[in-house]
Design a protein around this ligand. Structure first.
Ligand SMILES: Cc1cc2nc3c(=O)[nH]c(=O)nc-3n(C[C@H](O)[C@H](O)[C@H](O)COP(=O)(O)OP(=O)(O)OC[C@H]3O[C@@H](n4cnc5c(N)ncnc54)[C@H](O)[C@@H]3O)c2cc1C
Length: 268
């Protein structure tokens, strides 16, 4: 993992420009960065915005990104893939502190607490960079005030790809704002699908086999108390929906809260 915080060269001011304040590289495929926050930007933890860079043609090259920082944070944080030939991330992965990104301040999304009916246990189910909206929600006191237990399942191919989420989750009990709220409420179940690790396998398999419930010593899914938020690849989202629906949970939205909500982590 490498951190960059030193100011770098100045770039011309862009429309909706925000300045990058720090960059952390986790693997050759994953990095996170923080940037200034527009004073006027209000968002609900879990929402996404359009961010990007100016394209060679002079037009903004924008992509959807979950805001990984909580709604109270003075700065914004993003957690990103590096797609080798990706129009945006082949360039964004080289961003340095002091340089600018474009941010359209129109947050939207369904992974918000308001889109769920009241419940006791909240499941955060993520693959890959799908952990980003949960990085926001996990640092929001409202999440811990609303739920008695929060269970984070994050699956990646290799252990190093879990580092961003693991660092964040393990730091929560020491967080001055929410540490006491988190106390005994947090359960973390990171899994790998390729590399050997303590917990192996896909989230769907670990739920349908009952392994996650046995390992954590908790009761199976119950629509009366369980709420779930899902963020992963399209294939994962479709598979996990079947698991949740068969357990009796139904899909919610901002306009009609229910037992679970889903967002794509990226478009295939
Ligand atoms: C609602 C929403 C929220 C998103 N939030 C994030 C986020 O927080 N962090 C993030 O890194 N990306 C996120 N994305 C994906 C993001 O919008 C871009 O696709 C990504 O930054 C790559 O951009 P690109 O221009 O380099 O390549 P693109 O042309 O956009 O993508 C090229 C290909 O790369 C693959 N790909 C793209 N993004 C990912 C990814 N995140 N993980 C694995 N494979 C991927 C897909 O196969 C895609 O077809 C989100 C997408 C949506 C729809």
């Amino acid at each position: 993992m490498t951190d960059q915080t030193a100011p770098a060269k100045a770039t011309p001011t862009l429309p909706d420009a925000q300045t990058v304040t720090s960059v952390t590289h986790y693997t050759d495929r994953l990095f996170a960065f923080r940037c200034t926050r527009p004073q006027s930007l209000r968002f609900r933890s879990g929402e996404f915005v359009m961010i990007g860079l100016m394209g060679d043609n002079g037009k903004p090259l924008l992509r959807a990104y979950s805001i990984a920082s909580p709604s109270w944070d003075e700065e914004l944080e993003f957690y990103s893939i590096k797609v080798p030939d990706g129009p945006l991330t082949s360039r964004l992965q080289h961003i340095q502190p002091g340089e600018q990104i474009i941010l359209r301040p129109k947050p939207v999304g369904t992974l918000v607490l308001d889109a769920l009916l009241p419940g006791k246990r909240l499941w955060m189910l993520a693959t890959g960079t799908g952990i980003a909206p949960f990085a926001s929600l996990l640092r929001d006191p409202e999440t811990w005030e609303k739920y008695e237990q929060v269970i984070v399942m994050h699956t990646c191919r290799e252990s190093a790809e879990l580092t961003y989420g693991r660092d964040l989750v393990t730091a929560l009990p020491d967080d001055p704002l929410i540490g006491e709220l988190v106390a005994d409420k947090l359960l973390y179940y990171p899994c790998t699908t390729r590399e050997e690790s303590a917990h192996m396998g896909r989230i769907t398999d670990n739920m349908t086999s009952g392994k996650v419930f046995a390992d954590l010593g908790i009761a199976p899914l119950d629509p009366a108390i369980d709420r779930a938020m899902v963020c992963g690849s399209l294939a994962f989202n479709l598979d996990i929906k079947k698991v949740l629906v068969s357990a009796g949970l139904s899909e919610g939205a901002n306009s009609a809260p229910a037992e679970y909500v889903v967002e794509k982590a990226f478009v295939d």
